[in-house]
Ligand binder design. Structure first.
Ligand SMILES: [Zn+2]
Length: 82
């Protein structure tokens, strides 16, 4: 129970961007395609949130899986946590 501040969630405020995978008509994301994945990973190796990358929910989910797979086979670095 707490009313700390006001949470005004303005939906679709930043949603002018188009999902790059939808634009590409990609049915699935190839986790071997490091060039496609790299821009979607932050410097610390974290996955860029969909609201920033502009990806749709469907592809963001696939992307998350693709990045996890890529990490497993050491194509991409794990998130660095200090
Ligand atoms: Zn999409």
């Amino acid at each position: 129970m707490g009313t700390m501040g006001t949470t005004n969630k303005k939906r679709s405020f930043f949603s002018q961007k188009i999902c790059r995978f939808c634009a590409d008509k990609a049915e699935y994301i190839d986790f071997h395609d490091v060039k496609a994945l790299k821009p979607l990973i932050s410097e610390r190796g974290k996955i860029v949130p969909s609201r920033i990358s502009g990806n749709c929910a469907k592809h963001q989910r696939q992307l998350t899986n693709a990045i996890k797979r890529a990490r497993n086979i050491a194509l991409l670095p794990f998130a660095v946590e200090h």
